[in-house]
Design a protein around this ligand. Structure first.
Ligand SMILES: Nc1ncnc2c1ncn2[C@@H]1O[C@H](COP(=O)(O)OP(=O)(O)OP(=O)(O)O)[C@@H](O)[C@H]1O
Ligand SMILES: [Mg+2]
Length: 416
């Protein structure tokens, strides 16, 4: 049996905690997988940033990328490596570059997802462009923002069409607030979106390949407490609907790793933000759920590397439109979209692979997360975000949450 090594690259910026855990657990597992007549071993390495020849070969089989959405040299190196060397990347860099909130709202509206009423308004001001005055003078129509506000309805949210990290997001209760917020919006291109007011549940559905995790979310809590440790906050039907929604979105845009925020009111789950193709993966936000990210990343990347999964470069939307055109209930359509997703994400084959080759991922993660090195890793992340006098207390806090997970899984009290 021939022996081969698959190379996994980590393209990182500020991430400290999950990569260290990923590397250590992989090392500890010391995998040697018999697959298709080969013995496959794995090496992981952090990718450095440097000039590159466009014809230079790429040694990696899979890259976990956390930079594409803002760091262009890495993004362009990744694009070159996909095009020229069949690299597999989480996530598709073209889909990240081209799909903002705006595109995701439009596409999912067409698929029938109950996204709140949303308008786009031209930016309040502009950076200089040689043709700006001519263009606006000829074609920009004066508009009555108050009248648009009345059509959207109050309360509403004004937020950038391509936003993230709650930057520039405001909750608007009336016409005066709308006019004032627009005045302050500067060069950002904004959406006005009807607020899902009075929702009784807020759920984040994190998807990594065909793996999904639902977490109850409290947007009013401080950042480190937003992911709530509640259980049983959805019933089986709701879980399946939210996972189908997540799968539909991720498969449609070709994102292996994404997070979808949905609010529940009066029996309907409204997705409001699902263009998050570089989801928060930090122990300082995810605490109890952090081990899930480490394990899900390991399983999916090892699967992709071992099976030499092919990167889907084009999105191929027609099969989704075809279902959207049919006369059938929303829930059935969602199931049919998700079925395309399961096929594209190879859900069944992935599960079989995990059962055959990766059944010890949880045990290895459990073991590593109890070590002094794991605690140091958490401390390093805390130190990067919290003032010095809070480092020890918050390190203890997140460490204890991770230990809670270790205790629960060893008592077979599995939250995920
Ligand atoms: N239509 C809406 N109805 C109710 N709440 C909303 C709506 N739109 C936004 N919000 C609230 O505002 C927050 C920020 O909005 P949104 O998630 O769209 O922006 P973001 O900058 O992409 O945030 P993040 O980076 O956390 O994903 C949401 O988490 C939610 O609490
Ligand atoms: Mg959001």
């Amino acid at each position: 049996m021939s022996q081969v090594t698959r190379h996994i690259g980590l393209s990182l910026g500020a991430d400290l905690c999950w990569p260290k855990c990923y590397e250590e657990v992989l090392k500890q597992m010391n995998l040697s997988i018999d697959y298709n007549g080969q013995k496959i071993r794995f090496e992981v390495e952090r990718i450095t940033i440097e000039p590159f020849n466009l014809r230079q070969p790429c040694k990696y089989d899979v890259v976990l990328d956390r930079l594409t959405h803002w760091y262009h040299v890495s993004r362009e190196w990744i694009k070159k490596s996909i095009l020229m060397d069949d690299l597999y990347v989480l996530n598709n860099p073209w889909a990240i570059q081209a799909m903002e909130k705006q595109s995701t709202y439009c596409a999912m509206m067409r698929l029938g997802l109950p996204i709140p009423e949303t308008w786009m308004v031209p930016a309040k001001s502009y950076s200089h462009h040689v043709d700006l005055d001519t263009t606006l003078g000829r074609y920009a129509q004066m508009f009555d923002l108050g009248a648009i506000g009345d059509q959207v309805g109050y309360p509403m949210f004004m937020k950038p069409y391509d936003g993230g990290a709650w930057k520039g997001v405001s909750h608007i209760e009336n016409r005066e607030m709308l006019l004032a917020s627009y005045e302050e919006s500067g060069t950002s291109l904004m959406h006005l979106q009807r607020s899902v007011e009075g929702f009784d549940r807020f759920v984040r559905c994190i998807g990594l390949g065909p793996q999904f995790l639902l977490v109850s979310y409290d947007p009013s809590a401080p950042l480190h407490e937003r992911y709530e440790m509640k259980r049983n906050f959805v019933n089986d039907d709701e879980r399946s609907l939210l996972e189908d929604m997540g799968m539909t979105i991720n498969a449609f845009f070709g994102w292996d790793f994404n997070s979808c925020e949905s609010l529940h009111r009066d029996g309907v789950w409204h997705p409001i933000d699902f263009a998050n193709a570089c989801p928060d993966s930090q122990v300082t936000s995810l605490h109890y759920f952090f081990p899930w990210i480490v394990m899900a990343n390991l399983r999916w990347s090892i699967y992709c590397a071992a099976t030499k999964r092919k990167m889907r470069m084009n999105q191929d939307w027609e099969p989704f439109w075809e279902i959207a055109r049919q006369d059938m209930p929303y829930r059935d359509k969602l199931r049919a979209y998700a079925a395309i997703g399961h096929k594209r994400m190879e859900t069944e084959r992935f599960r079989e692979f995990c059962e055959a080759h990766l059944s010890h991922v949880e045990e290895a993660t459990h073991e590593f997360l109890g070590t002094a090195l794991a605690k140091d890793t958490i401390r390093n992340k805390v130190r990067a975000l919290f003032p010095e006098h809070e480092v020890e207390s918050f390190t203890e806090h997140f460490w204890n949450r991770v230990q809670d997970w270790r205790r629960d899984v060893s008592q077979a009290d599995r939250p995920y």
